[in-house]
Design a protein around this ligand. Structure first.
Ligand code: HPA
Length: 237
């Protein structure tokens, strides 16, 4: 039976589409509340993973952990060892743009980074991690169909949560970067190197320019909307 240093499914199948929230307990919540026929496939390091179905299509959901190192090793093992082909990060991000409010939904078309992780690929210039066009097209069609507003653009996947010098945020903001999280650039690069698809979808948890934060009701509503956009991606052929 296949196992890796971080995933030991003990024969439980992992679907081709895997949703990756940062928090493993969020993975458990998603499995219990949105999927049918759920079976747990991982508990190594409490990085809980589950496989189930959504509208009859197989889908797995697993915690990615925080930061590029964690999501990248999980992505690598899912894609190279367990046959996953489509990774969808569902997370939260800080907003760099005054007009992007807490609870708004951002889809990361591109993911800039201050991490050195992608240097390993040794491209002779700056590699630009981008999402899958197939998944981006599908989520924007789904958003239109459901009447949910999404904001599509560049984000920053940063290694740094607590900055020594906060003025760096402003320079990303001036380049039109919508918000900041800590994982997607790693997931996009690992997926690209594996010839697979990836997409990051986020609810804005706080605005780093205006200081606005979400209320718990807004957070709940935004999370539900994000899941209702992300889950139908598991039903694509
Ligand atoms: N920084 C990095 N990641 C985040 C933030 C942030 O401010 N908010 C939510 N995820």
């Amino acid at each position: 039976m296949l196992s890796t240093p971080h995933i030991n499914p003990q024969g439980v199948p992992i679907a081709e589409t895997v949703l990756l929230p940062g928090d493993p307990l969020r993975a458990k919540f998603i499995a219990e509340n949105y999927l049918d026929d759920v079976v747990q496939f991982n508990k190594v390091r409490n990085m809980l993973g589950y496989t189930g179905t959504f509208h009859g299509s197989p889908v797995s959901v697993m915690g990615s952990g925080m930061g590029i190192p964690s999501i990248s090793l999980i992505s690598h093992e899912l894609l190279h060892i367990f046959g996953a082909r489509r990774l969808i990060r569902v997370g939260s991000c800080g907003s760099f743009q005054a007009q992007l409010k807490p609870y708004n939904i951002i889809v990361a078309q591109g993911a800039c980074t201050d991490s050195r992780f992608i240097e390993q690929f040794q491209t002779p210039g700056t590699y630009a991690p981008i999402c899958s066009w197939n998944l981006l097209k599908a989520i924007s069609a789904e958003a239109e169909r459901q009447g949910i507003e999404i904001h599509v653009g560049n984000i920053l996947s940063s290694d740094i949560f607590y900055h020594f010098d906060n003025s760096v945020n402003e320079r990303w903001a001036r380049m039109g970067v919508l918000g900041v999280e800590m994982e997607s650039a790693g997931m996009y690069a690992v997926a690209a190197a594996a010839g697979a698809e990836a997409l990051g979808v986020f609810t804005v948890s706080d605005n780093l320019i205006t200081g606005e934060k979400t209320t718990s009701e807004e957070r709940e509503k935004a999370f539900t909307q994000m899941m209702e956009l992300a889950l139908p991606l598991a039903t694509l052929g």
